[in-house]
Design a protein around this ligand. Structure first.
Ligand SMILES: [Zn+2]
Ligand SMILES: [Zn+2]
Length: 412
């Protein structure tokens, strides 16, 4: 039964319909009702079709004899079973149904709309997506969601097959790097591009491990995911340590079989598996946070071990360090990156600098800088391309022995 106001609306719409043409159509009630699917709300197309047929006094056609769906409407339950089976392979709380139809059916539907001049028709695709979704919701207790479902089941109604499109999961955390010589992300061999060759000992890699692999592999194990991607808030040099509270990152896991697992357990798995890195504060994240992390421009605090080409009195070192704190430096693109970046000058702030003198020719310096500062160049001067510099002010050549990141100051 239809609501009275919908009956009125349907009658008014039918006034514009060519009844003789309608009488020649062999449509099941659902396909007939779908021609007026956008008139009113809260009724099935089958109920609309039944009413329209009564008003037009036209013949009733069984679904299997329907010229439009050719029996497909009777398969909705079976297609919902298929969707449930497909979705069941992937842990999820939200889902969405997508459908594919025989292009001839879609074309036949659209040309019928044109022939009849109907303006309130719904497509069979929209109807099936909704109706299958309703069945799946009621039978599984999961929620159909349009904006960002965990899994989309794409059902091919012609071949009765289904595929799953699984959304990645995102995990936020901070990492410390406690061993030098490890890149942040996977680094395929530049000779063979990952296939394996003599240069890389058939590993396909330039470096045997990375922060990405040491976090990503345990995450794949616990989630049953297919692949990982690592998004760091910037990156340190391969030979630099990452200390303090660590560097923020978001780990993306593609096609996870499980998405609701214990992140504390994953944190333990990662930290137990290696002495090279340590992660903390793992929590569920999203794609927006990846963007936030990639766009962040945090200040950073470094520890630099500096060797002087000649011995320098302690007072001179303290005097220079004292004069450089809070200054702005002009840095032309460093020599070492000139082959891949344009030569230009930028101004950066040295927020703070302190020295711990180890010997007349060596000191540890703790330097806090604005994002984008070339710290090594600030120390050794880069042949006069960075002004002022520690080396320039001391009047002696400086060599950076090690450079470590003490803190990413992203919470300021
Ligand atoms: Zn039909
Ligand atoms: Zn290779």
């Amino acid at each position: 039964m239809l609501a009275e106001d919908m009956e009125g609306q349907l009658k008014a719409t039918l006034e514009k319909t060519d009844k003789k043409m309608m009488a020649q159509l062999k449509l099941c009630d659902t396909c007939l009702g779908r021609l007026y699917g956008k008139v009113g709300r809260g009724a099935t197309n089958a109920a609309r079709g039944e009413f329209v047929r009564a008003v037009l006094e036209s013949e009733r056609w069984n679904v299997k004899d329907c010229q439009m769906c050719k029996g497909l409407v009777d398969d909705i339950g079976k297609l919902a079973d298929l969707a449930i089976t497909t979705l069941g392979d992937w842990e999820h709380s939200t889902f969405l149904i997508g459908t594919k139809f025989d292009p001839e059916l879609v074309e036949a539907e659209e040309s019928l709309w044109a022939e009849l001049g109907v303006e309130d028709a719904e497509s069979i695709k929209a109807e099936f997506n909704r109706e299958i979704g309703k069945i799946v919701e009621s039978r599984t207790g999961k929620t159909a969601e349009f904006s960002s479902p965990d899994v989309v089941a794409i059902i091919d109604t012609l071949y009765e097959t289904a595929d799953a499109q699984v959304s990645p999961i995102f995990i936020y955390g901070r990492y410390k790097k406690l061993t030098r010589g490890i890149p942040q992300t996977r680094w395929p061999c530049n000779e063979c591009n990952g296939k394996g060759c003599a240069k890389c000992n058939d590993t396909g890699k330039m470096y045997q491990t990375s922060v990405e692999e040491q976090t990503g592999i345990p995450a794949l194990e616990i989630s049953g995911g297919k692949d990982h991607r690592f998004h760091g808030m910037g990156r340190e040099d391969i030979d630099a340590l990452m200390l303090g509270t660590g560097r923020p990152f978001v780990l993306e896991i593609k096609e996870p079989r499980k998405r609701f697992f214990d992140l504390g357990e994953l944190e333990q798995d990662i930290n137990r598996g290696t002495n090279d890195i340590e992660v903390s504060g793992l929590r569920i994240s999203d794609r927006d946070e990846v963007i936030r992390i990639k766009e962040a421009r945090p200040a950073k605090k470094y520890r630099v071990k500096v060797h002087f080409a000649a011995p320098i009195p302690q007072e001179k070192i303290f005097e220079v360090v004292g004069s450089l704190g809070g200054t702005r430096v002009a840095q032309r693109t460093p020599n070492r990156v000139l082959h891949r970046r344009a030569d230009r000058e930028r101004q950066r702030e040295i927020k703070a600098i302190e020295a711990d003198v180890i010997s007349p020719d060596e000191a540890d310096m703790v330097i806090t800088t604005e994002a984008g500062t070339y710290v090594k160049e600030f120390v050794h001067g880069d042949g006069g391309r960075t002004v002022p510099s520690v080396s320039g002010e001391l009047g002696v050549a400086c060599e950076v022995k090690t450079l470590d990141v003490l803190e990413i100051l992203d919470e300021e």
